[in-house]
Write a protein that binds this ligand. Structure first.
Ligand code: PLP
Length: 399
């Protein structure tokens, strides 16, 4: 047998972390890495955070899982925290980001199709945007125009129309009798840390209002305090109808959620949707501990302040290497360095030669996604490693 026991869908690198310590990961052989990837925007409280660890430990000892057939004090608590701190009136819990987007797509369709005379059974299509990433289930790969994710998995699910990202006029032109809504990342993550313009997001909101469509935001990566707001749409001065959240919400514990207004959730009635694990007490305890830590003005202001400080230093730094770097973009601690060369070989160089973990993204971008709890020491360490990495990097060697 030549296939590995772990199904070989990931090209895994040689780093094999066995322990986390705040903003560092420690490898099997004891090597310490500075973690500016955070499990791809997941570990927002860093590793082995005392409050989060304690919450999970205590809940695991008490009650790990029960069915959604029973009442859920733990679920009610986290749902209330989300409702109190966001646009949402109601929450459905999932175990991952893709499931949250999947649930959001279902809610948008059900808003039209499952609302009797108030609805319009002909509406099922979501307008989605180029270079989007919404997850790896059939519906969520179908929602993205990235054909490399479709390859081998035909046929795609019907009901998605692709539109150029950040092009409001093009989105408007695609609205038709079957349109149910828009599905968009306010700041594209995998697509290369590309923030939508304010006019675009505000314009989608206005079009949705005008045509009775659902504005569905995928904030799986940009949500949960990452950008210095609890959710990134707050930067744009609008509220969505439906929002998918996950990644940071459990701080490392698998969890996702669909947030919705009462009106947007009108089709999601008894028996229309469900999940065996979604909302289990262990996940709820993790989510509540994360919300306790991040959903307050002091924490959010610190994220913004650290983000601005890192951004200013990055902008200064990239000026020293005009052949390597082009620009810095993003918000808060969701930053991207767009490179003039492929970002992947440089990210490998930083990892293997300077013990700095980052994540590459589409569009020649290097993602800067540190735990939100980084301090001055980690920021300085990051710049030391990045500077040393740039100084020792040879584009010819990497090519
Ligand atoms: C990561 C991600 C997802 C998918 O989340 P999973 O937990 O991997 O299923 C969906 N949307 C966006 C924007 C993401 O970044």
């Amino acid at each position: 047998m030549s296939i590995s026991p772990l199904m070989p869908v990931y090209p895994r690198c040689g780093v094999r972390p066995v322990r986390g310590d705040h903003c560092h990961l420690i490898d099997e052989d004891g090597t310490r890495y500075l973690d500016f990837a955070s499990g791809i925007a997941v570990n927002l409280l860093g590793h082995s955070h005392p409050g989060l660890t304690k919450a999970v430990q205590e809940q695991a000892e008490t009650l790990m899982h029960v069915s959604n057939l029973y009442g859920s004090p733990q679920g009610e608590k986290l749902a209330q925290q989300l409702v109190d701190n966001t646009f949402a009136d109601t929450v459905f819990f999932t175990n991952s980001g893709a499931e949250a987007v999947e649930g959001a797509i279902k809610a948008a369709r059900a808003y039209h199709q499952n609302a009797g005379d108030a609805g319009d059974a002909e509406r099922f299509e979501l307008i989605t945007f180029t270079n989007a990433f919404h997850g790896r289930t059939m519906a969520t790969i179908s929602a993205s125009n990235q054909t490399k994710m479709h390859q081998g998995f035909s046929p795609m699910l019907n009901g998605f129309k692709y539109c150029e990202f950040d092009d409001l006029e093009a989105a408007k032109a695609l609205i038709g009798p079957h349109t149910a809504g828009f599905l968009v990342e306010p700041i594209q993550g995998e697509g290369g840390i590309r923030p939508a313009s304010e006019g675009f997001i505000k314009g989608l909101r206005a079009l949705a209002d005008e045509h009775d469509l659902m504005l569905v935001l995928d904030e799986v990566q940009c949500g949960v305090a990452r950008t210095g707001k609890l959710y990134a749409h707050e930067h744009y001065g609008i509220e969505p109808d439906i929002l998918a959240t996950a990644k940071g919400l459990g701080g490392g514990f698998p969890i996702g959620a669909v947030l919705a207004t009462e009106k947007a959730a009108r089709g999601m009635t008894f028996g229309t949707h469900g999940s065996t694990y979604g909302g289990n007490p262990l996940a709820m305890a993790a989510g509540s501990a994360v919300m306790d830590a991040v959903a307050n003005q002091d924490f959010l202001a610190e994220v913004s302040e650290k983000g601005e400080r890192i951004r200013a230093r990055l902008e200064q730094f990239i000026g020293n290497y005009p052949d390597l770097f082009e620009l810095v973009r993003g918000k808060g601690l969701m930053l991207g360095i767009r490179m003039k060369v492929e970002s992947r070989p440089f990210f490998v160089h930083l990892r293997d030669n300077h013990q700095l973990l980052m994540v590459a993204a589409g569009d020649q971008t290097l993602r800067v996604l540190p735990p939100l709890v980084i301090g001055d020491a980690e920021i300085d360490e990051f710049f030391d490693k990045l500077s040393a990495g740039a100084a020792s990097y040879s584009i010819e060697e990497a090519a």
